[in-house]
Ligand binder design. Structure first.
Ligand code: C5P
Length: 227
């Protein structure tokens, strides 16, 4: 059995990370959540520069980038790696809606992308990796042996994200979550640098009407053909 690179891209809240985590566990691969990296950079800038919709200064974000250090550390109990921002576990904080509302704008900055893509390529250089994001099959690992592109209806995705946030105790309105999903999809697919787009050789999976098990079975079959 050979080790391969699995790239999973798609719109917000399509269940990429659930699939990626499941695959990594099954195959004994490393899972890398690249969205967590963009979120952690955004959190740093929100704390340091009070970045908001109206208070956004690209130059000062770029100037502060060298002070951001990211690391993933495996959590035995949870069964996946959590992200650390300058040695602080920020896994929970990066998922707040406030961070989701700023992350796509921060992610348009080429300097931010360059720094993170380099770290991602480094983490995947030994193969045996499942990486999810928006530009993995197009920019980070254009030669990945397997590329998946996940989609689902906007409403379904917003509902899933809303349920997730409520489940962990966040106080959010469905309308705000729906708006955020739409805003991020728009910004992610229209930015100049590495826009979200399906790679030509990616396999598209629409999971609007699939449950987790059906989805996982389908994907596992595809993977088994490749290894
Ligand atoms: O995957 P997640 O929803 O956590 O990603 C948060 C945001 O980070 C995305 O909406 C996108 O703006 C940005 N992102 C990106 N490139 C990636 C992963 C995430 O631009 N590879």
């Amino acid at each position: 059995e050979k080790k391969i690179t699995i790239a999973i891209d798609g719109f917000s809240s399509t269940g990429k990370s659930t699939v990626a985590k499941g695959l990594a566990k099954k195959l004994g691969y490393v899972y890398v959540d690249t969205g967590a990296m963009y979120r952690a950079v955004t959190l740093y800038m929100m704390r340091k520069l009070f970045v908001t919709e109206t208070n956004f200064n690209k130059e000062s974000i770029i100037r502060h980038l060298p002070f951001v250090s990211l690391r993933f550390k495996y959590n035995e109990e949870k069964g996946f790696a959590e992200i650390y921002l300058n040695n602080e576990n920020v896994e929970k904080e990066i998922r707040y809606l406030e961070v989701s509302q700023q992350v796509s704008k921060v992610s348009t900055i080429s300097e931010v992308r360059k720094m993170l893509v380099k770290q991602q390529q480094e983490m995947g250089k030994e193969k045996g990796v499942v990486m999810d994001g928006r530009d993995i099959g197009t920019v980070v690992f254009p030669n990945a042996e397997l590329k998946l592109f996940m989609t689902a209806s906007t409403e379904k995705r917003a509902q899933r994200r809303y349920d997730e946030l409520v489940e962990r105790g966040d106080e959010v309105e469905f309308e705000d979550v729906l708006k955020n999903v739409k805003d991020r999809d728009y910004m992610d697919s229209t930015r100049d640098d590495s826009p979200l787009i399906k790679a030509d050789d990616a396999i598209e999976i629409d999971n609007s009407d699939m449950n987790l098990e059906e989805q996982f079975d389908k994907i596992l079959k595809i993977v088994n053909d490749k290894i």
